[in-house]
Design a binder for this molecule. Structure first.
Ligand code: ADP
Ligand code: MG
Length: 330
């Protein structure tokens, strides 16, 4: 079991940012409205994710840490990306590569905690917590020094963690996020986004102002277009707006952040006539469709997608954006 867990773990947890992603996705799945992430030393010594979601009853804690135990699978779910995560793999994987403590309180239950280290589960013990779940992962890769060696500097790992949080925060504008750095004893806030309100476009606009800045929000065109069962919504910047050489493209498929060449290529094509070579379009775009129309790579750490009909997705992005740019007088 231990060795199997460690192999599976390597697939799911490549670096601190992937652990953060799994834990925050669990918090989102649990219906959290506020998620607080605390990281020390680029996530190498500490990653803590606290949420106010539904919590886990004491008797379910050992199950949450067992391989392939998930409360979320429904059979049809395996090949789509409608719900997050690689089913039932994340927590056992984290428990195999670090020291994981899960403290939780579900409605109508007392708070309890369980620890797992090197794949070994502790007994469930009473704990103190008002609501939700705190997942605390210490000493990532302590048992696998070879993996530890492949990690980058604390600063680079922290940057990757911040990117992951910002992408998830964009996808969930009604949820509040904070990211703190607790390296060296004192805690400082790295990123904070309060829960947005209003309709989805209002909320997203507010969240983008927080993440990309007011000047992006003021230069952003509202995008809402549909083609053959795929809807594209979000905001794209006017071509006159620039973030210099920085790439600021945020793409989501069915609510999940993706990095995909087909989609970024289409984005570039849409702006081709407007932007010089060294400038990048800036946009946050959400593609939503029937999960049957898109496959997610079964590798959990990858964020690639494959549309059944890539031409439709590309055409939607190119024509939807060109139309919006033309309407805005470009
Ligand atoms: P998955 O998310 O694919 O189900 P995980 O290993 O990430 O697998 O989590 C295992 C189970 O633990 C989940 O199905 C869920 O029931 C429970 N769980 C994990 N994190 C949380 C959380 N933050 N709040 C509530 N339940 C959680
Ligand atoms: Mg999960």
């Amino acid at each position: 079991e231990g060795a199997i867990n460690r192999i599976a773990a390597g697939e799911v947890v490549e670096r601190p940012a992937s652990a953060v992603k799994e834990l925050v996705e669990n918090a989102l799945d649990a219906g959290a409205t506020r998620i607080e992430v605390t990281v020390a030393d680029g996530g190498k010594t500490l990653i803590r994710v606290a949420d106010d979601g539904c919590g886990i009853p004491p008797e379910a804690l050992p199950l949450a840490l067992s391989r392939h135990a998930t409360s979320k699978i429904d059979g049809s779910d395996l090949l789509n990306i409608h719900s997050f995560g690689f089913r039932g793999e994340a927590l056992p994987s984290l428990g195999a590569v670090g020291r994981l403590t899960l403290t939780s309180r579900a409605k109508g239950h007392e708070a309890a905690e369980i620890k797992v280290s090197g794949g070994q589960l502790s007994a469930v013990k009473p704990a103190a917590l008002n609501k939700g779940t705190v997942a605390e992962l210490r000493d990532l890769f302590y048992a696998t020094p070879a993996r530890l060696k492949f990690l980058r500097t604390d600063r680079a790992e922290m940057q990757a963690v911040t990117d992951v949080i910002k992408r998830l925060a964009m996808a969930e504008p009604f949820v509040g996020f904070t990211l703190s750095d607790a390296s060296g004893g004192d805690t400082r806030t790295i990123f904070r986004a309060d829960p947005e309100s209003g309709d989805l476009f209002d909320a997203l606009h507010g969240r983008l102002a927080t993440i990309l800045g007011r000047d992006f929000a003021e230069n952003a065109l509202k995008i809402d277009a549909t083609r053959d069962g795929i809807r594209m919504s979000g905001y794209a910047a006017l071509p006159t707006y620039s973030r210099g050489a920085a790439v600021a493209q945020f793409l989501f498929v069915n609510g999940r952040p993706v990095k995909d060449k087909l989609l970024t290529g289409a984005l570039r094509a849409a702006y081709f006539d407007y932007l010089s070579r060294d400038r990048h379009p800036v946009a946050a775009l959400f593609l939503d469709c029937d999960p049957q129309l898109v496959d997610v790579n079964v590798h959990p750490a990858k964020s690639e997608v494959r549309f059944r009909d890539p031409g439709t997705a590309r055409g939607l992005i190119v024509s939807g954006l060109r139309h919006a740019l033309a309407e805005a007088g470009h």
